[in-house]
Design a binder for this molecule. Sequence first.
Ligand code: IMP
Ligand code: MG
Length: 190
Amino acid sequence: MPEGASVMTGDELLATTGGRELERIVFSGEAIAARVRELGRDIGSAYPAGTRLLVLGLLKGSFIFLADLVRCIALPLQVDFLVVSSYGLGTTSSGRVKALYDPSTPIEGRHVVLVEDIIDSGTTVNELVPELRERRPASLEVCALLDKGLADDLAIRPRWVGFDAPTEFLVGYGLDHAEDFRHLPFIASI
Ligand code: IMP
Ligand code: MG
C-alpha cells in the first residue's frame, strides 16, 4: 500500500482502484483537508464582509475540491459550473473555449472565483479568463487546487493555489486518468 493511504487498508485500496497500482501518494486526504480549510479562510478574508461570491467550478475535475472548499468559505455565495470541451480548446475557428455547459447565472457585476483542479499548460485558464471577463464581472479570481508551475504566460495568476504539484500525472480527489480514479480520497501519481 502506498504511504499516505492510511485511511484505507491495502485491500480497500485495491478494491477502489480495481486492482490497478498507483505510483505513490502525493497528497494525503488529511493534508488536502487541512489545506482546503486554509484556502477557504483565505478566500473568505479577501473580500469585504457580506460580499456575495459566485463560485464557478470547472467540471469535472473540480467537483470534489469545490464541494469541500465552499463549505470552508464564510461568505454568502452561490455555486455554478462550467464544462469545457478539451477538444474545443483553442481549436475552434474563434480560438476560444468550447463551452459544453455555460452557467445560466449572469456573471455581470458578480464577484467570481473560478475553481480549477489543476493548472498544467495553462491553456484552460488562458482561454476561459478573457471569455469570462467579456461578461463584465465585478472581479474575477482563480483558485486552483494544484499548480504544476509550467505555465509562465497565464492570463491571470491564480490568487489561491492549494499545492505546487510535481510534474507527474496525478489522479484522485476529482482528477482523472481517462475518467478513472476521480473518487480516490487522496492525490496519487500513476
Ligand atoms: P491545462 O489547460 O494544460 O492547464 O490543463 C488543465 C486541465 O488538464 C485540468 O483541468 C485537468 O483536467 C487536466 N490535467 C492536467 N494535468 C493533469 C494531471 O496531472 N492529472 C489529471 N488531469 C490533469
Ligand atoms: Mg481531465
